[in-house]
Ligand binder design. Structure first.
Ligand code: SAH
Ligand code: SF4
Length: 437
């Protein structure tokens, strides 16, 4: 993407390594991340949308709101921004005219720009979102966010980074060269954009013909951190974003309906459980270290035993709060009966669900998806051992809304869409869904 490349030209800290198969084969585990972006809003037209309570407090203090009023003012803004979805300060009728004018002079309630919205025949929606510029050399990072509606729930798949520093060999996002962490506000803003777009605010209505849950629940009822990036490499911002998303006076997402997926950043797992208290998903994908070293190279740092020990110790783990193990089905690579039996043996004693993911091919990928009969057989072995083993239903095929295929460069995306259409390759937009309550 031009944006990030522009930064790279001028930023000595920008990653300079391209991820080739050769580099991967040579033991290349991760790329260097871009600089972190400073969080919060300073007066001068910055948006307050996505900020934490503390950041809102600082923003109000910066425009002269007296200390003794701060708590009350934050509560008012919080309600308008996160409960009602206000887009203008003028809507905030219980905030005095004078303060509203001050707020409007210093800040905005702008959302990140929606560059494109694609709607699948099955109702899945994918947005390409451009974040606000972070400086003169940045035209705004682009990320993708996917909404998957079902009858009784609506799941939003959010990104935690632009690109990913890790280099899993079957994942397209891992080939993206330049990476930066999203701020907590940028993570929260993905939910705001989704709610705007599908009319998920009090008094709002969904667009004509939109597919949304019809059981009376919120249209976005679940969140999965399964878009671009490794959430546990951006854990501070992910935890702060989850705090905002799950706040009972605002966006009110249940923490039990938020699932964070990790490739296995073992040292951060306990902190996620303790501080975010969300559901956990593990991208396992292989049952032997030799193979996992290749598929999920972070395994060379934290091997399968260390990973599963950390799972056993995950705070709050119980039969009611199982860990989801994700397992991508790669033809002839990890899909044998012996692999299925070993999987069952490894997970013994861990309250678990196993999610089998049909591999989503991307141009240049060296793997194929296992045949359907093979996936069924694998699933059967896992099921007989007592585990729920749903195969993720392909969603959003026609709009390339697929796991591991998200890659934000607009131009490449268009080129890829064209190429895949020409080659007749469909993308399977499939995401593991936390059970929730
Ligand atoms: N970085 C985190 C979360 C984002 S990836 C992680 O790895 O867990 C979300 C899920 O999509 C992971 O389970 C990942 O392994 C899977 N995935 C990546 N590429 C895929 C592909 N091409 N086909 C199917 N699933 C893929
Ligand atoms: Fe990163 Fe997850 Fe893709 Fe691995 S699978 S490269 S950790 S996004």
């Amino acid at each position: 993407m031009a944006t990030v490349l522009d930064i790279a030209k001028h930023n000595p800290n920008a990653a300079t390594l391209a991820v080739s198969d050769a580099a991967r084969a040579a033991g290349f585990i991760e790329k260097k991340a871009e600089l972190n972006v400073v969080a919060g809003a300073t007066p001068g037209g910055a948006s307050l949308v996505g900020l934490t309570r503390d950041q809102l407090k600082d923003s109000l203090f910066a425009i002269g709101v007296p200390e003794r009023e701060l708590k009350m003012r934050v509560a008012q803004l919080w309600h308008w921004i996160y409960f009602r979805g206000a887009k203008e300060f003028s809507e905030m009728t219980n905030v005095g005219k004078e303060l509203r004018a001050k707020l409007a002079a210093a800040y905005t309630l702008a959302r990140p720009q929606v560059v494109s919205e694609q709607v699948s025949k099955d109702g899945t929606r994918k947005w390409l979102i451009r974040m606000a510029s972070t400086g003169p050399l940045d035209k705004g990072a682009e990320i993708e966010c996917v909404y998957i509606p079902e009858v009784d729930r609506g799941t939003l798949c959010v990104s935690s980074q632009v690109g990913c520093t890790l280099t899993c060999s079957f994942c397209h996002t891992g080939t993206q060269r330049l990476v930066r962490n999203l701020t907590s506000a940028e993570i929260v803003a993905q939910l705001i954009v989704a709610r705007d777009s599908i009319g998920d605010w009090p008094h709002a209505t969904p667009p004509e013909g939109a597919f949304v849950p019809n059981d009376g629940s919120r249209f976005v009822s679940n969140i999965v951190f399964m878009g671009m990036g490794e959430p546990l490499y951006n854990i501070d911002n992910v935890i702060a974003a989850i705090d905002v998303m799950s706040d009972g006076e605002g966006l009110t997402l249940s923490r039990r309906r938020i699932t964070v997926s990790t490739s296995g950043v073992v040292p951060q797992m306990e902190r996620l459980g303790t501080e975010a208290n969300t559901m956990l998903a593990i991208s396992l994908h292989a049952v032997r270290d030799e193979l996992r070293d290749e598929l999920v190279p972070i395994n060379r740092k934290y091997d399968i035993k260390q990973l599963l020990d950390a799972c056993r110790a995950y705070p709050g783990l119980s039969n009611a709060r199982r860990i989801t193990f994700e397992y991508v089905m790669l033809k002839g690579v990890n899909d044998s009966d012996a692999d299925a039996r070993e999987l069952v043996r490894l997970l013994k004693g861990i309250p678990a669900k196993i999610n089998l993911i049909p591999f989503n091919p991307w141009p240049g990928s060296k793997y194929e998806c296992s045949d359907w009969e093979r996936i069924e057989r694998f699933s059967e072995i896992v099921f007989r051992a007592g585990y729920a083993s749903p195969v993720r239903t392909p969603r959003g095929r026609d709009i390339l809304a697929a796991c591991g295929q998200l890659k934000s460069e607009t131009e490449k995306l268009r080129a890829r869409a064209r190429m895949m259409a020409e080659q007749g390759i469909g993308a399977e937009g499939v995401y593991a869904l936390g059970d929730g309550e």
